[in-house]
Design a protein around this ligand. Structure first.
Ligand SMILES: Nc1nc2c(ncn2[C@@H]2O[C@H](COP(=O)(O)OP(=O)(O)OP(=O)(O)O)[C@@H](O)[C@H]2O)c(=O)[nH]1
Length: 294
C-alpha cells in the first residue's frame, strides 16, 4: 500500500501555498485507518540539501508555485521538524521519506529536506519535511528560514530522555517568537520507543505526561521508533506486572499530517509572496556526538 521510491532531486524548493486554517486538528490520528482501507497511498521522494558536506554551502530559491500546484494536481506543504539534538529528527524524517533507518547519521547543519507524497482520496499531497539542526550553533543563522511559510510542525523528543521532553517548551517558545500561529497544526512525536524499558520507567517520559503536554499545546501525540517500526501495542514485563505501551507506525505520522493539511481548502493562488531566499552555511561538520542522555 505504501510505496517507497527514493531519489534525489534539485535544491529548488516549490512554493508551498499559504494556508488559512480555521479548524482544529480534527481526527488526525484516525487517518491511518483510512490508509488501511486503501484510501491513502504513499510515495516518497528525497531531497537532501545542506547536509553531507564538510564545508556546507546551501542556497535555494523558487518562483511562484510549481506549475503542477497551480493546475491543482499536487499541493505541497512545508512541515518543520524540530527538537533537541540527538532525539532522532534525521532518522525519523529518513524513515518517513525513505522507509528505512539511516546508517551513520551526523549532526544536521542548517537543514535537510526530504519529500514524501501521499494520495488521499484522489488528491496528491506532497509533504516537504524540513529536518532542522537541533544544535543551537548549527541553526541560529537559519531560524527565520525554517519558519517561513510553514504549514505544520513536528515536535520531536526522545522517550528515554526526559531532558529532551523538558526542552519542548523552548521549541514551543521559538515557534511563538517566530509568529507561528496556533492555527498551524502541531504534532508531538516521542521517538525511540524501541528503547522503552519499564525497569527504568521513572527515568523515561511516560505516555501520560506526553499526552498531557500534547493536549495542553493543541498537538496530536504519536509514540514511535525510527529504528524499529513498532507494533501497535508493546507490552513489557516489569516485575510481576505487564506494562503496555501504545505505539504508532512512523507512516501514521505522515498520514495524519497529510490528512490534516488536506482538510484545509486553501486557495492555490493565495496572496502569499513567492518563496525565495538564499542562505549559506559555512560550518565544519563535526562527528556526531554520542547521545548519552539519561
Ligand atoms: N534506538 C534508537 N535510536 C535512534 C532512533 N532514532 C534515532 N536514533 C539514534 O539517535 C542518534 C541521533 O539521531 P539523529 O537522527 O541524528 O538525531 P537528530 O535529532 O537529527 O540530531 P541533530 O541533527 O543534532 O539535531 C543516532 O545515533 C541514531 O542512530 C530510534 O528510533 N531508536
Amino acid at each position: 500500500m505504501w510505496k517507497h521510491d527514493t531519489h534525489t532531486h534539485t535544491h529548488t524548493l516549490p512554493s508551498p501555498p499559504t494556508l488559512q486554517f480555521s479548524d482544529a486538528l480534527l481526527d488526525a490520528k484516525s487517518a491511518p485507518e483510512k490508509k488501511k482501507k486503501g484510501e491513502v497511498l504513499g510515495q516518497t521522494e528525497r531531497s537532501r540539501v545542506g547536509g553531507g558536506f564538510m564545508e556546507s554551502s546551501l542556497e535555494f530559491s523558487s518562483s511562484v508555485g510549481s506549475v503542477s500546484s497551480l493546475l491543482g494536481r499536487c499541493r505541497t506543504f512545508k512541515v518543520l521538524v524540530i527538537g533537541d539534538s540527538g532525539v532522532g529528527k534525521t532518522c525519523l524524517t529518513h524513515r518517513l521519506c525513505a522507509g528505512e533507518f539511516p546508517r551513520g547519521v551526523e549532526a544536521t547543519i542548517g537543514a535537510d529536506f526530504r519529500d514524501t507524497s501521499l494520495e488521499i482520496e484522489g488528491e496528491k499531497i506532497k509533504l516537504q519535511l524540513w529536518d532542522t539542526a537541533g544544535q543551537e550553533r548549527f541553526r541560529k543563522s537559519m531560524v527565520q528560514h525554517y519558519y517561513r511559510n510553514v504549514h505544520a510542525v513536528l515536535f520531536v523528543f526522545d522517550v528515554t530522555c526526559p531532558a529532551s521532553f523538558n526542552g519542548l517548551s523552548a521549541w514551543v517558545e521559538e515557534c511563538r517568537q517566530n509568529s507561528l500561529g496556533h492555527e498551524i497544526p502541531r504534532f508531538l512525536i516521542g521517538n525511540k520507543s524501541d528503547l522503552r524499558d519499564p525497569g527504568r520507567a521513572e527515568r523515561q517520559v511516560s505516555q501520560e505526561r506526553a499526552t498531557s503536554f500534547a493536549k495542553a499545546h493543541g498537538m496530536v501525540f504519536f509514540e514511535t521508533s525510527a529504528k524499529n517500526p513498532p507494533r501497535r501495542q508493546v507490552s513489557r514485563q516489569r516485575g510481576d506486572r505487564e506494562v503496555v505501551y501504545q505505539q504508532d507506525e512512523v507512516e501514521d505520522v505522515v498520514t495524519a499530517v497529510g490528512t490534516t493539511l488536506k482538510k484545509h481548502k486553501n486557495p492555490l493562488t493565495s496572496g502569499s509572496p513567492a518563496y525565495s531566499g538564499s542562505f549559506k552555511v559555512y560550518k565544519k561538520r563535526p562527528e556526531k556526538e554520542l547521545w548519552t542522555c539519561c
